[in-house]
Design a protein around this ligand. Structure first.
Ligand SMILES: Nc1ncnc2c1ncn2[C@@H]1O[C@H](COP(=O)(O)OP(=O)(O)OP(=O)(O)O)[C@@H](O)[C@H]1O
Length: 539
C-alpha cells in the first residue's frame, strides 16, 4: 500500500500535469483536475486517510471496541427510564440521540472495523502482469478459533476462504477475505487437498500460522447489519450434520434474541447473542434453511403417523421473528393477555392482579345478547345488546372472542380493549387462545403471558391443597377430576404447539403465590423496561 507517499504522489502528479502539454485533454479538463488536486478538501481527506492508515497500523491505537454504536444503544436503553434521576442523565439521553453524535460513533466504528473506503490497491508497484499476487498472512495461534471457514471451489477445485466470521481473529486481522485462495499453510502446499486435510494441518500447528493466499478479486468489506431476531427453535451446532463447521456454530435456545450480523450467505447467517460481550459471531441456519428443515420434518412426521393428527397442523412456520425494543410510553400501557388451558388459573391470577390496584388494572366488560336480569345494570357486568346487533358486529370482526351459551351470545369487543388502553389503564385479559391472532396487532401491542400447568402430580397436589374449584362444570362447585387434570395438560401441550412463538413469557402456575408474584413483577417491568416486540410494531 503506497500510503506514506500519498501526499508526495499528489504533488508529483500535479507537477507532471503542469508539464504535460501533449496530453489529449482539453484545457478545461486539465484545469479541473489540477484544481481538484490542489483543493483543500482533497488534502484534508488525504491527511485523514494517511492518519487512519498510519495509526491503524500501530498497536498504540488499537481500538478498545468496534461497536460503540451498540454500546450507545445499550446506554440509551438504561437511561431512558432514568432521565428523572438527574439533569446529567437527561442531557446524556438527549445528546446520544443527536444525529451528529450518532454519526461520530458510526464513523468511529467504521474505522475500528477497518470499514473505510477507498481501498488502495495492495499490488506492489512493480507488478508482473502474468504473475498472480500472493499475500502472506501470519496469525498467532491462540485458544480462539481462526474465525474463517474454507471450502473447495467447485469449478477450479481450489481451496478458498468461504466465510470470515464477524469479530473473529481472521476478521480482526483485516488480512483474510472471502474468496481468497489458500495456496499454502505453514509451508505445506494445499493443492489437491480437501478442507478436512487443511483443517488437520491447522489443528496440528503450534505458534504462528502462515498462510500463503491469492487475494480474491473485488474484496468485500463486512458491514454489520443491525437486525435482531427472536429465535423460535432451539439450536445446537454439534447435532447439526449440515453445518459447514461445527466449531463456528452458535448454539441458542427458543426465545433468545440474536443479533444477525450478516445475511450474506443464503443458508448460513452469522449472529451473536444479544447482550453478549463476545464480539465473535457464530454460524446459525438462515430463515430459508430452517423453514425448509421444518417443512421436511413435518412431512416426515405426517408420513410416520396417520391423518389423525391433521388438525394439529400449524400453518405458520416459526423460525425467527424480527424484533426491536419498545420503550415504555408513559400513560399508554400494553394490555396483559393471559393465555392457558381451561382451569389452569388465569381468572384467579387476573383477579388477584386487579385487586392490587382496581383503579389501574381493568378488564373489558363483555357483551351479551341475553336479556337483562332484574337488578342488573347495563355496562356493569355486561353490555346488553340485541342478538342481531351482536351477530352483525361478530361478522364485521369487531369481537376478539365470542361464544354461545344456553342460546345466548357472549363476547369481548376489540373496542373495549382499546378504550381501556386509551384511558390510561392497564387492560388485563384472559381470552380463549384462538383470540391471540386478533389481539396481537401493532395497534394493541399486547404482552402475552402463557400460564402453564405444572406436571400432573404437582397440579393435583397444589389444587387439592387449596381446595380448587373445577371450571368444567358451572352448575356444581366441586374439585377437578383426574380426567380434567389430564385434559388441562393435554390442552396446554396443544396451545404450546400452536402458539408458543407468540408468547412473551411463561409462568408455571404451581404454587399460586409464586405464580402471582411473577405476574406482578412482569406487570411492573412492562411499565419500566424496554422490551422486545415485533419490529413492525416499532416502525
Ligand atoms: N396455583 C394454584 N394452586 C391451587 N389452586 C389454584 C391455583 N391456580 C388456580 N387455582 C384454583 O383453580 C380453580 C380454577 O382457576 P381459574 O378459575 O382461575 O381457572 P381459569 O384458568 O380461569 O379457568 P377457565 O378458563 O376454565 O375459566 C380456582 O378455584 C382457583 O382458585
Amino acid at each position: 500500500m503506497c500510503t506514506f507517499s500519498f501526499c508526495s504522489a499528489l504533488s508529483r502528479l500535479l507537477t507532471s500535469l503542469q508539464q504535460a502539454n501533449e496530453l489529449p485533454s482539453t484545457d478545461e479538463e486539465l484545469g479541473f483536475l489540477s484544481d481538484l488536486l490542489q483543493s483543500k478538501e482533497l488534502h484534508a481527506l488525504v491527511n485523514v486517510h494517511n492518519k487512519i492508515i498510519t495509526n491503524g497500523a500501530s498497536d498504540k491505537f488499537f481500538p478498545m471496541l468496534s461497536t460503540s454504536v451498540n454500546v450507545m444503544y445499550d446506554v440509551l436503553e438504561v437511561i431512558a427510564v432514568r432521565t428523572h434521576i438527574s439533569d446529567d442523565c437527561k442531557e446524556l439521553f438527549y445528546l446520544l440521540q443527536k444525529p451528529h453524535v450518532q454519526g461520530l460513533l458510526c464513523a468511529h466504528d467504521a474505522v475500528a472495523q477497518k470499514d473505510y473506503y477507498p481501498h488502495l490497491p495492495e499490488i506492489p508497484i512493480e507488478v508482473d502482469e502474468d504473475e498472480e499476487t500472493i499475500k502472506i498472512v501470519q496469525l498467532v495461534k491462540s485458544n480462539e478459533p481462526l474465525g474463517a471457514t474454507i471450502k473447495t471451489e467447485e469449478t477450479s477445485g481450489k481451496i478458498v476462504i468461504a466465510r470470515v466470521m464477524h469479530g473473529g481473529a481472521a476478521d480482526r486481522s483485516g488480512l483474510i477475505h472471502v474468496g481468497d485462495e489458500v495456496v499454502e499453510v505453514n509451508g505445506i502446499n494445499v493443492e489437491g487437498k480437501t478442507p478436512a486435510d487443511v483443517l488437520s494441518i491447522l489443528q496440528n500447528s503450534e505458534g504462528t500460522i502462515t498462510f500463503k493466499l491469492v487475494p480474491a478479486n473485488g474484496k468485500s468489506t463486512i458491514r454489520e447489519s443491525r437486525v435482531r431476531v427472536r429465535a423460535h427453535f432451539d439450536y445446537a451446532a454439534i447435532s447439526d450434520p449440515y453445518i459447514p463447521c461445527k466449531e463456528a456454530g452458535l448454539d441458542f435456545c427458543k426465545g433468545e434474541v440474536l443479533h444477525i450480523v450478516s445475511q450474506d450467505d443464503a443458508y448460513w447467517w452469522q449472529a451473536r447473542k444479544e447482550g453478549d460481550r463476545n464480539m465473535r459471531a457464530g454460524l446459525i441456519p438462515s430463515r430459508a434453511l430452517q423453514e425448509r428443515r421444518i417443512i421436511l420434518e413435518r412431512t416426515f412426521d405426517k408420513d410416520k403417523e396417520n391423518a389423525e393428527n391433521d388438525d394439529f397442523d400449524r400453518e405458520h412456520i416459526a423460525t425467527y421473528e424480527e424484533v426491536a425494543k419498545l420503550y415504555p410510553r408513559p400513560g399508554i400501557y400494553r394490555p396483559i393477555v393471559l393465555i392457558g388451558s381451561p382451569g389452569v388459573g388465569r381468572n384467579e391470577l387476573k383477579r388477584r392482579l386487579i385487586d392490587t390496584d382496581p383503579e389501574k388494572y381493568k378488564t373489558p366488560i363483555p357483551y351479551t345478547s341475553r336479556a337483562m336480569k332484574p337488578g342488573e345494570v347495563n355496562a356493569k357486568e355486561y353490555f346488553f345488546v340485541t342478538r342481531e346487533q351482536m351477530e352483525e358486529d361478530i361478522e364485521a370482526g369487531k369481537f376478539i372472542e365470542f361464544g354461545e351459551y344456553k342460546g345466548n351470545l357472549y363476547g369481548t369487543s376489540a373496542d373495549s380493549v382499546k378504550s381501556i388502553v386509551n384511558s390510561g389503564h392497564v387492560c388485563i385479559l384472559n381470552p380463549h387462545y384462538q383470540a391471540l391472532k386478533m389481539l396481537r396487532t401493532p395497534q394493541l401491542k399486547p404482552y402475552i403471558i402463557y400460564i402453564k400447568p405444572p406436571p400432573l402430580d404437582v397440579l393435583k397436589q397444589t389444587r387439592t391443597a387449596l381446595n380448587a374449584k373445577s371450571t368444567f362444570d358451572v352448575n356444581s362447585s366441586r374439585g377437578f377430576t383426574d380426567e380434567e387434570f389430564s385434559d388441562m395438560i393435554k390442552s396446554a401441550e396443544r396451545i404450546e404447539f400452536l402458539y408458543e412463538h407468540l408468547f412473551d413469557e411463561q409462568i408455571i402456575n404451581a404454587d399460586l403465590a409464586l405464580a402471582f408474584g411473577q405476574l406482578l413483577a412482569s406487570a411492573n417491568r412492562l411499565e419500566t423496561e424496554p422490551l422486545w416486540v415485533p419490529a413492525s410494531w416499532v416502525q
